[in-house]
Ligand binder design. Structure first.
Ligand code: SF4
Length: 428
């Protein structure tokens, strides 16, 4: 039985119990959310050393970090270093998006060391196999795709992105409504190319029951990919994007009926005033399925700083109800991320997630800010460090500036906190 089926049968699994403790929720209350499908706990029994996490309504907003080799760059050791950096920086989940080198060996090594839920995009493996054996991505076979899914599920991957909504009908809508940036999802582009070249329906859509059977057998959560997500703000919330989302909504229902946990992925590039509407649409059309957003990026011109762009969009999305933020690093649109990029991306997304959690009323979120503010007022640097989102950076900057124990170098002896305490507040 999957986590979803056990929750429906009133079973409190050890994974659910752990998530309830992390969130400060009563286990039965969390069980009801899992049973309804508004919360997922991606926890493949094959993933050893996993600290499970819950994703969905009423829980703290989670952050994912993407790592993985590309065909042009990186090694296994470098990706393992990124994995450790992402977890250390507080990522709640990691996705291995490797497309270079021995993908299977890399994934297995990452999985071995990954203590948070691990996600993948199996169509990458199928596409790389097709290139190696038949010379082109469009020569992937249906068995290549389902073979990769099966292998990754058996290895212990906790959630997989599957672009089931890139259907022939959705691609026709895209053709009739041309875009500036076209298709920007890698998996989406692979499948769209395959559909066009082979003049056949997307196997992940046509044989969805086969996918559900594998996901059910290994309790792999499905993350229904947004292959038609907008890749620039001009393309945001267009006909193709919404047509795909409607398909995903129907697939959410079928997954739940099959006892498979499911969440839905979302944009992408969105002007700030589209973000809330996109979250509401997903929640409505996809029956309250957890929403996993990739950004969103509110402007297209900030390459080099897109961790900031994405944190702005992520905070607005999470405040509107998005449950899971995929980080964006300063390297986005430019290069494969370096170690520092991974850390900066995770921290930027965690700031967005926490700022939203304060508004969402997530248990303990606002209290952290209050504790920090009280410590700041008292010039209590040790307590401030404890509540800082990145205590390492906190200490580094504090020490670099050579601050005294009583004030920092920002205002030095004219510290407002100190002056106010000395002359103003003592009279109050
Ligand atoms: S010196 Fe200025 S910035 Fe630093 S703690 Fe005091 S008031 Fe704040």
């Amino acid at each position: 039985m999957t986590q979803l089926e056990k929750a429906r049968k009133n079973i409190i699994t050890p994974e659910l119990q752990k998530v309830a403790e992390q969130e400060g929720l009563e286990a039965n209350c969390l069980r009801q959310k899992v049973a309804k499908g508004t919360v997922v706990i991606p926890a493949n029994p094959g993933h050893k050393n996993l600290l499970p996490k819950g994703i969905g309504a009423g829980l703290s907003t989670k952050v994912n970090a993407n790592i993985g080799t590309s065909s042009d760059a990186s090694t296994l050791d470098f990706e393992l270093e990124k994995l450790a950096t992402a977890i250390q920086a507080g990522a709640d989940a990691v996705m291995d998006l490797s497309t270079g080198g021995d993908i299977t060996a890399i994934r297995r090594k990452i999985l071995e060391r990954c203590t948070v839920p691990l996600g993948t995009v199996p169509v990458y493996q199928a596409a790389m196999k097709a290139i190696k054996e038949r010379g082109a991505i469009v020569k992937m076979t249906t068995d290549d795709i389902f073979g990769a899914i099966e292998e990754q599920a058996m290895d212990g991957v906790d959630f997989i992105t599957v672009h089931c909504g890139v259907t022939r009908h959705v691609l026709e809508i895209l053709e009739k409504n041309p875009r500036v940036a076209g298709i920007v999802s890698r998996g989406g582009a692979f499948l769209a190319g395959w559909i066009k070249h082979n003049d056949q329906e997307n196997p992940l859509y046509e044989q969805y029951d086969r996918l559900l059977e594998i996901a059910h057998r290994h309790d792999v959560a499905l993350s229904l990919g947004d292959g038609l997500r907008p890749g620039c703000i001009e393309d945001a919330t267009d006909a193709a994007q919404i047509a795909e989302l409607m398909v995903l909504g129907s697939l959410v229902e079928r997954a739940r009926k099959a006892g498979v946990q499911v969440m839905v992925e979302g944009p992408g590039h969105l002007p700030l005033d589209h973000i809330e509407a996109n979250v509401k649409l997903e929640k409505e059309l996809c029956h309250g399925a957890p929403f996993y957003v990739l950004g969103p990026l509110g402007t297209d011109i900030a390459a080099g700083y897109d961790h900031i762009t994405s944190a702005i969009g992520g905070a607005i999305a999470a405040m509107a109800g998005a449950d899971f933020l995929c980080y964006v690093t300063p390297s986005e649109h430019l290069a494969l991320p370096e170690i520092d990029d991974v850390k900066n991306g995770v921290i930027a997304s965690r700031i967005a997630a926490h700022a939203a959690d304060v508004i969402k009323g997530v248990k303990g979120a606002k209290e952290k800010d209050l504790a920090m503010s009280r410590a700041r007022k008292k010039l209590d640097w040790e307590t401030q460090k404890e509540f800082a989102i990145d205590p390492v950076q906190f200490e580094k900057v504090l020490k670099k500036a050579g601050s005294s124990v009583s004030t920092c170098t920002m205002c030095g002896e004219y510290c407002a906190m100190k002056v106010a305490s000395q002359y103003v507040e003592q009279d109050q």
